[in-house]
Write a protein that binds this ligand. Structure first.
Ligand SMILES: [Mg+2]
Length: 291
């Protein structure tokens, strides 16, 4: 019997060693980054300290990265300018919005679709670029984004078109967003109004729908197992990363604190105070134990 005990112990040790080996190997392979924008790199118009050095390290190391935002108002060029103005050296190709994900989804479902869109240039440009026709004549889809000024006639038209059979898609489920004066109603709030009037729920594309993550991975040309999601929200960034099979890193420079994490049935792979604390090695990402 003692021999049996030794044998079992040896098997357990070997299994643990194999698990640790593959775990460390997998962590060392993570070379691509999906990075939430607000609360991770910037707060409003202000740069989060160390975010510029972090992006520079990714660039120096030649690592692929994409900055994600659920905000569908602005085009990637507009956002790149905003980030450059804040001190981050990024190009429009480094930015992926919920509007881009929405346009790509619609194109994959129905090329050259007719769309009635409520949104700003970030949405309408993305829809045009994939070949959609923007019209209020028998559209295939009503696509709702965020706008700076809501228009009652537009909302009424959307409600009637959905009642007549157009399919209802919304860029992102966020109920509110920030501006300099405080919170403002965002896409999710207007979607609720239209849903109430039509009895039809929208299909939301942005985070936490993993569709947004898969769309971003395809855009970047990378795989989930080699990619890390960095975000400041458990209920959007981290859950979307978890559902998409990505390693996840929660930063505490945004809306959530360490105390909030216990309220969620999933955990990030790691928690750091800020992207400034992430050690990036050009050859191999620094392996840190999961939290
Ligand atoms: Mg955020």
């Amino acid at each position: 019997m003692p021999n049996c005990g030794c044998f079992l112990s040896a098997v357990v040790i070997i299994c643990l060693a194999i698990t640790i080996f593959f775990r460390l190997r997998d962590m060392a392979k993570k070379k691509n980054y999906l990075i939430d924008m607000d609360g991770v790199l910037v707060t409003g118009r202000s740069l989060i300290p160390g975010a510029d050095a972090f992006i520079e390290r990714l660039r120096t190391c030649g690592l692929k990265f994409l900055i994600l935002t659920n905000n569908p108002i602005y085009t990637p060029r507009d956002l790149a300018f905003r980030l450059q103005n804040a001190g981050l050296q990024v190009e429009s190709e480094n930015i992926f919005t919920a509007a881009l994900a929405t346009a790509r989804f619609i194109h994959s479902q129905k090329p050259n679709a007719k769309v009635y869109a409520i949104g700003e240039s970030g949405l309408t440009q993305a829809l045009h670029e994939v070949g959609c026709v923007l019209t209020d004549i028998q559209p295939d889809y009503v696509v709702l984004g965020e706008v700076n000024h809501y228009n009652f006639e537009q909302i009424t038209a959307a409600i009637r078109l959905i009642a007549d059979g157009a399919l209802f898609i919304a860029t992102n489920p966020d109920a509110t967003g920030p501006n300099e004066a405080g919170i403002v109603p965002a896409t999710g709030s207007l979607a609720a109004l239209i849903e109430k009037a039509t009895g039809k729920s929208p299909f939301f594309i942005g985070k936490p729908n993993p569709l947004m993550m898969r769309s971003a991975l395809n855009y970047l040309g990378v795989h989930s197992e080699d990619t890390v999601m960095i975000g400041d929200r458990m209920d959007t960034d981290i859950v979307a990363g978890v559902m998409s099979g990505l390693e996840t890193i929660l930063v505490l420079t945004g809306v959530m604190s360490r105390d909030d994490i216990k309220n969620f049935p999933y955990r990030p792979t790691r928690i750091v105070q800020s992207v400034a604390d992430l050690q990036i090695d050009c050859l191999e990402e620094e392996s840190q134990p999961p939290v």
